[in-house]
Design a protein around this ligand. Sequence first.
Ligand code: NAG
Ligand code: NAG
Ligand code: NAG
Ligand code: NAG
Ligand code: NAG
Ligand code: NAG
Ligand code: NAG
Ligand code: NAG
Length: 875
Amino acid sequence: MKNHSMLTHFFFIFFLSFFLLHHITVATSTPPYIAVDNITLDCGSFDNSKATDERDWIGDMGSKYGPMEQNNESYSSEAQRQASSVESIPYSTARLSYSQFTYVFPVTPGPKFVRLYFHSAAYSGFKDFFTVKAGSYTLLRNFSASIYTDSSDEKSFVKEFCINVEKNKKLNLTFIPFTSDSIRYYAFINGIEVVSMPMDLYYTSSSSIIEGKVPVYVGQAPQFYINDSMALEMVYRLNIGGSSIPPMEDTGMFRQWSEGIKDNLLSHGTIPRDPSLELKYSKIPKYIAPEAVYLSAATMGPNRTRNSMSNLTWGFPVETGFNYLVRLHFCEIESRINVSGTRVFTIYVDYQLAEETADVISWADNSYTPYYKDYVVMIQNKGEDSHTLAIDLHPRTDATFRDAILNGVEVFKLSDPSGNLARLNMVPPQQPALAANKSKTKKTMFIAIGSGVGFLVVATLVCFLVLCKLKRTERYGSYHPRAKWWCWFWPDPYKREFSRRTASSLPGELCRYFRLDEIKTATNNFNEDLIVGAGGFGNVYKGLIEQGNIVVAIKRMKQESQQGAHEFMTEIEMLSKLRHVHLVSLIGYCNDEGEMILVYDYMTNGTLRHHLYDTPNDPLTWKQRLQICIGAARGLHYLHTCTKHPIIHRDVKTTNILLDEKWVSKVSDFGLSKMGLDNTAVSTLVKGTWGYLDPDYARRQQLTEKSDVYSFGVVMFEVLCARKALNQRLQQEERNLASWARKCIERGTISEIIDPYLMNKIAPECFKVYVELAESCVGDHGIERPTMNDVMEKLEFALELQEYAEATKDTDSKVVSFHVATANGAPWYNSVYHGQVLESSSGTELSTVNTGLSYPGLDSITTSITSQDDSSAYA
Ligand SMILES: *[C@@H]1O[C@H](CO)[C@@H](O)[C@H](O)[C@H]1NC(C)=O
Ligand SMILES: *[C@@H]1O[C@H](CO)[C@@H](O)[C@H](O)[C@H]1NC(C)=O
Ligand SMILES: *[C@@H]1O[C@H](CO)[C@@H](O)[C@H](O)[C@H]1NC(C)=O
Ligand SMILES: *[C@@H]1O[C@H](CO)[C@@H](O)[C@H](O)[C@H]1NC(C)=O
Ligand SMILES: *[C@@H]1O[C@H](CO)[C@@H](O)[C@H](O)[C@H]1NC(C)=O
Ligand SMILES: *[C@@H]1O[C@H](CO)[C@@H](O)[C@H](O)[C@H]1NC(C)=O
Ligand SMILES: *[C@@H]1O[C@H](CO)[C@@H](O)[C@H](O)[C@H]1NC(C)=O
Ligand SMILES: *[C@@H]1O[C@H](CO)[C@@H](O)[C@H](O)[C@H]1NC(C)=O
């Protein structure tokens, strides 16, 4: 008796807790489907990060998925600042390679979504051209993301595929750049997502056969099996009559549903709405589509006369030569349509009869009950590449209401029998002139900027070329030789070719080998007129390579500063792999006949130092200075984090921060001090430049990243005050800029020693953040200093404050002062800001283009180009 009651109790509690649990799970809104495999890989990134929709992305560097490479030569690239409309994760970083690389995903067997994220504009011109394979399937072939974005006006895009992974197989994604003799193409990817899906979601599983949910092969057969050996590519997914549905609001598979009324609906339509209605799922699983898809629809409206003479029509442009799966989602959401026979229509897919009598109520047994129907249609290639797949719904005259309804559409391309999903006849992008006749191209010179990384955004290039053209015509007329020379400096992405024939090179061809005679030709036999910089290590020449088509900086080591050839090669190999928008790229090297020569990108605007003081150049605006500092900080952050062991620059200074033609700052000479190739060894043990040298390092001779942070702090003061880091001519107290600035901060007089040009132009909030940051960088002890990442973020914040102040600037000119507590608690005052904040940028500002950097007037660019032959550049 007692036992019995205990048992009852036990069951009662058991069921109660089951019930509670059930309710708790429902309350936290678990999606209808939980994906076993749920991988989001942020390619080219070191870090794990959260996207704005709260999804976690893992960096591919050192992840278990790869990439596996033939030669370890792919590299990560960071986008130049991108348009705010483009998400930063995963689009701000990419993996690029001139040779094949593979990601391997060990996943559970079964069908998977594979989503490939591309954002081409930030990396390159027109030179990406590649094939993507998943195992034996060809997902994309002869594909160019930049051409794709060009034709679709979207800055970034996702390609979604469905692939069935067999038992004991891995999902391998291989990226293969197209190879050609004349042009080097690369492959790239920003992000990869792999997500499981239910067996019967799109594939024809045994349960779909039992339930009779097999697609109709329109015009050919009653059934079409989407069997496991096929791959699918999603081409359209619309929430008809409703707004777009973001991945996080999908049913657990992160599908994106587009807003579905405007673009593809070709006929008149109305959108019935009933916000209070509740769906009753009884015929299909909840994971098929989000509720929002079924809660909105398009119908024809109440005009019987018109309806009986027309169709509710959608058109979807597709590639020919493939089968397409068309899934139509239905749900009767109008209360007046509650019995079968009320709204009955005929469905045509691509002008062929697909369904004689479509009656949603009779399919679903009820109103408010979601349902879907699948059709497969072959779109023949009749000589045209593209064809508009039409979906026509035509009301039947025997129905009570002459109307039709549709709630959602998905269209997938099905792979052909050889597992191919790609169009066959795409031609690689190339500039007609270059491909056809090389001699036509000789007039255009350009600077090699970072291979693959610092490439110009196409839009920027076009803008600049247009501006350049306008400007020069206006100034000189189109035939002035100066005008031509001026335009030589706009890089042309097509001409960045380093011929493969002459290049016997290091692995990866990221770094080219030059013969000494090539270097001699390039520098006119080391002609002194071509020297653009000099230092303890030797001279820097401006050189022309590739039949005079490419301008480079050629650094020739003095014999005595050289080391063993072996060490030289090892270092070069390492340096050539470091690619970043904010690093000056090493293009090649030469070590013939005892020479050690490095070939770099040529930086049109010379060194940062050259634009700060003792210079004929126009002063840089405060915003420009901030942007230059941000770029340099990013470059250093990359050095500190891109490999397992941080690369410490050891010689951060304003002459090692170079500016390209777009005023993008790039850190140069990294890795050289370690090789003993730098010009300013302070002692055999401690290396660096006086004035920038970390006192903590000098004391303890222990080098850390924080030594670079110290030097960077000095650079920040130099940028703010426009004076030398070390000036022996000044009195003792003021000689060393870092310690002088710290004294001034303590005394509250820092605003008195800033560059007079900047007076009244720095917003106080920005000034405060900047000065505090610079001060913390030059802290006595390494551990007190911020990391380069902190520096980067604080500088970006300072820039935002400045931009904000400029945007909301007060027209009244009044002195604003503020005070902050310094580290030791002493207040200091500042009267930097006198209302008028706007910088006097006289020329064209192109700050809205992708790089986010602002460009001063073309006039000032011209002046600085004129003066850049001066030997202090590259010093
Ligand atoms: C997938 O991973 C994300 C984290 O990135 C997590 O929030 C989500 O719950 C996971 N989804 C499923 C269906 O497992
Ligand atoms: C590629 O890198 C991995 C890990 O650093 C190394 O084990 C492998 O040997 C390298 N392969 C080649 C071909 O250099
Ligand atoms: C996928 O890659 C792994 C590791 O590289 C390899 O062992 C396997 O054979 C590949 N599978 C396919 C289907 O290519
Ligand atoms: C899958 O479909 C293709 C094309 O319809 C067919 O050739 C193949 O034999 C099918 N495979 C299986 C396993 O049914
Ligand atoms: C219905 O459509 C027909 C044909 O388009 C048109 O002539 C008629 O005016 C419409 N009726 C109403 C009430 O809009
Ligand atoms: C509706 O579409 C079908 C298939 O495209 C076509 O045959 C039919 O003529 C159309 N009806 C009207 C009234 O436009
Ligand atoms: C269907 O709707 C009509 C009008 O709203 C109503 O009069 C009728 O009772 C409903 N029939 C059923 C079976 O719900
Ligand atoms: C890719 O493009 C090249 C150059 O046009 C062409 O030769 C090749 O056949 C194409 N490949 C495919 C599979 O279409």
